[in-house]
Design a protein around this ligand. Structure first.
Ligand code: NAD
Ligand code: TDX
Length: 342
């Protein structure tokens, strides 16, 4: 494979960091420059191993900061930009919508303006299945396709849907070479412990209550994070400018099923489950139809949920240091330790 330089934004977060490791491993001659603002969700210690690789560089900056973004483009001359950077937690968006609109809509605008200025050959926007809204529980025959109208429910999903519209507008208006992926719920290593699966694993390990929203019957379509990374890798290397791809592995589970499975794996009692007030505007069911990416690009998920969830639980058992630092807040000092005197 020809040498390429990729700017990965949001690479200190959950999926972005998995993508950094996936790409460094698969393409030893690629250069990966990660730009991340290190918000509460960004953790530089996650990228500790990547820092040892001479083909990797980390820059602390905000995707909304035009000068910082342009400086990085000037220095790196990227071939491809993959934008993971976003505020990603639905519950936080219900409390503070403005931050979500600013980061998730204006951030991509700054990145795409830089792509235009520096003639970048591909801008890939990492979007989500939540842009389609939700599906009813009593219609298991219905799935999201790329033609499903955008119909977002939360400030988070509305901000992601807005970004998708702006991305497609930049393609149509300026001819910017863009692609978009809309993936279902990911799970795996480095998942921030505010999200369902890591939160439940950690609370169970600490014998703390497991807060299940509403009746626990909301359904999510779970995909192992590496399979998402593989899909993005295939899209950015394919001749498919202007295309949108749904990514998901037909793996629907209700929240209560997930929570019970985690308790069983950890040998903890179901009495830890606590039904709590429902999320406002809570989406009932997400379900992706991945036919397009399978037929056009040959993408197939590799990790079955039964194996992926066991692997993930084991990862949290083996990486207590990683999540204990998050819970104590210590991970915020990591940047200072690494770069404080530079
Ligand atoms: P995350 O919250 O774990 O990580 C987000 C990263 O972005 C963090 O490192 C954070 O520091 C960085 N960031 C936030 N605001 C920034 C800014 N203004 N400038 C620079 N960096 C900033 O999120 P995640 O779960 O890894 O999600 C990554 C992307 O994938 C998001 O765009 C999200 O919408 C999308 N997505 C997530 C899922 C999922 O299940 N987690 C599914 C589909 C799509
Ligand atoms: O404590 C909880 N209890 C609970 O019942 C939490 C944190 C969640 N839930 C429920 C809400 C959802 O139905 O579990 C389900 C999953 O919740 P989250 O982990 O917050 O994910 P979700 O809202 O589905 O959104 C995720 O998938 C799509 C990501 O956070 C998004 O960034 C992505 O776009």
């Amino acid at each position: 494979m020809d040498k390429k330089t990729i700017i990965v934004t949001g690479g200190a977060g959950f999926i972005g960091s998995n993508f950094v490791y996936y790409m460094l491993d698969k393409y030893p001659n690629y250069r990966i420059a990660c730009l991340d603002a290190l918000t509460y969700a960004g953790n530089l210690s996650t990228l500790k191993k990547a820092m040892e690789n001479p083909n990797f560089r980390f820059v602390k900056a905000d995707i909304r900061d035009k000068d910082a973004v342009e400086q990085l483009f000037e220095e790196e001359h990227p071939d491809i930009v993959v934008n993971f950077a976003a505020e990603s937690h639905v519950d936080r968006s219900i409390r503070d919508p403005k931050l979500f609109l600013e980061t998730n809509i204006l951030g991509p605008e700054v990145l795409m303006d830089a792509c235009r200025k520096y003639g970048v050959k591909r801008y890939h926007q990492v979007s989500t299945d939540e842009v389609y809204g939700d599906l009813p529980l009593d219609r298991p025959d219905l799935f999201f396709t790329e033609k499903t109208p955008l119909h977002a429910s939360s400030p988070y999903s509305a901000s992601k849907a807005s970004a998708d519209l702006v991305v497609m507008a930049y393609h149509r208006t300026y001819g910017l070479p863009v692609t978009i992926s809309r993936c279902s719920n990911n799970y795996g290593p480095y998942h921030f412990p505010e999200k369902l699966i890591p939160l439940m694993i950690i609370n169970a390990l600490n014998d703390k209550p497991l807060p299940v929203y509403g009746d626990g019957l909301n359904v999510r379509d779970w995909l192992y994070v590496e399979d998402h990374c593989k899909a993005i890798d295939m899209i950015i290397h394919a001749d498919c400018v202007g295309e949108v791809y749904n990514v998901g592995g037909h793996n629907e589970k209700s929240n209560i099923e997930i929570v019970k499975l985690i308790l069983k794996e950890l040998g903890k009692p179901e009495s830890l489950i606590e039904f709590v007030e429902d999320r406002k505007g809570h989406d009932r069911r997400y379900a992706i139809d991945p036919t397009k990416i399978r037929e056009q690009l040959g993408w197939e998920p590799e990790t079955k949920f039964e194996n992926g969830i066991v692997k993930t639980i084991k990862w949290y058992l083996d990486h207590k240091d990683w999540w204990e630092e998050i819970i104590s807040g210590d991970y915020k000092n990591y940047y200072e330790k690494m770069y404080g005197d530079k």
